[in-house]
Design a protein around this ligand. Structure first.
Ligand SMILES: [Zn+2]
Ligand SMILES: [Zn+2]
Length: 340
């Protein structure tokens, strides 16, 4: 079977993977859709020394092999988490499964941008979810990135009625604004610099979009929050400077979340007096746990906002190189690969 992997730096290669072999309780999926993530783009840019693992981790599939003793049936449509917390370690027992020390030990194999995927039994049991008939494969394939965003908002103690500022207008920023809307935020402000991306969010995900190359974000946030600042600021831009700007937008007692991965050695200067007296919270979020993905599927199914606006590039497997290039060129938002 064919799968897409990172080859030499800048190259996507098609690899002949052996057909997945399932042990008794494992599941095999025929992949139906898989989103391309910034992580995939980074892996392609860097190049990968070995191709054992394929690209892609935002997938849906159809069960083609299941054991008779399981709840799963052949033909069922599912979304599956790419990896699974162990449920046993210190962090899992402290309710922080995304920090699990064994997080990547149980995972889909060899990846998501492949024709067929092995789902180990434990992952099928705790990290795989049946799709409702009304939810399309490509929309359900947003459950993984949306789950990461939901985790970020939960880590930031977001409540219905809160004001949310999302910095960054890329796919994750869009999903964060959309999730904020769906979760009942009273006001969602999105800041970015790309006109077509801000236009996607305006009215659909964000009540107010701000082009920071033209307008002063702090003034806008102040205007919309009775000068308090935002309850939650989620920073989806990979920059220390942007995180520092985000801290300038939060209300006393609010939350700032460093959501984007940043390069090694990224530091900021922190006004410690402000931290002490204004008692705001500074946190970071990375990854997700199965319950975040379950919540994401609920939001996608609820139709409260039109999440499909985030999918702007559609490709059919094996056009993975084209999908990665589409993400790299930033001409749209999310690239989605479907399998015929
Ligand atoms: Zn991803
Ligand atoms: Zn664990």
């Amino acid at each position: 079977m064919k799968g897409a992997a990172a080859g030499q730096p800048g190259q996507v290669i098609l690899v002949d993977y052996p057909e997945p072999v399932a042990q008794e309780q494992d599941i095999i999926l025929s992949t139906t859709a898989c989103g391309v993530c910034a992580t995939d783009v980074k892996m392609v840019q860097k190049g990968a020394p070995d191709t054992r693992f394929a690209l892609g981790h935002e997938l849906t599939g159809k069960v083609i092999k299941a054991s008779s003793t399981q709840v799963w049936k052949v033909g069922q449509r599912v979304a599956v988490a790419p990896y699974l917390p162990c449920d046993q370690c210190y962090y899992c027992k402290h309710g922080q499964p995304a920090l699990c020390t064994h997080l990547y030990e149980i995972s889909i194999l060899p990846g998501g941008l492949v024709e067929r995927v092995l789902v180990p039994s434990e992952l099928a049991r705790r990290g795989m979810f049946a799709l409702p008939d009304e939810l399309s494969d490509e929309l359900a394939a947003l459950a993984e990135p949306l789950g990461c965003v939901i985790k970020g908002l939960e880590d930031s103690h977001l409540q219905a009625g809160d004001s949310l500022v999302v910095i960054g207008d890329g796919p994750m920023g869009q999903l964060a604004a959309a999730a904020g809307k769906a979760l009942g935020c009273s006001i969602v402000i999105m800041a970015g610099m790309t006109a077509h991306r801000l236009a996607t969010a305006q009215g659909a995900f964000a009540d107010r979009t701000v082009d920071i190359s033209k307008d002063n974000l702090k003034d806008v946030v102040s205007e919309y929050t009775e000068k308090r600042g935002a309850d939650v600021v989620l920073v989806t831009v990979s920059s220390g400077e942007t995180l520092a700007d985000g801290i300038g937008l939060v209300r006393p007692g609010g939350w700032v979340n460093s959501f984007a991965g940043v390069p090694d050695g990224t530091h900021i200067e922190l006004d410690v007096r402000k931290l002490h007296y204004q008692q705001y919270h500074l946190t970071g979020s990375s990854g997700l746990a199965p319950h975040n993905m379950k919540k994401a599927l609920e939001l996608l199914h609820s139709n409260k906002v039109d999440f499909s606006r985030v999918i702007t590039g559609r490709f059919v497997f094996p056009q993975v190189a084209e999908a990665v290039a589409y993400m790299e060129q930033r001409v749209g938002l999310k690239a989605m690969v479907t399998f015929s």
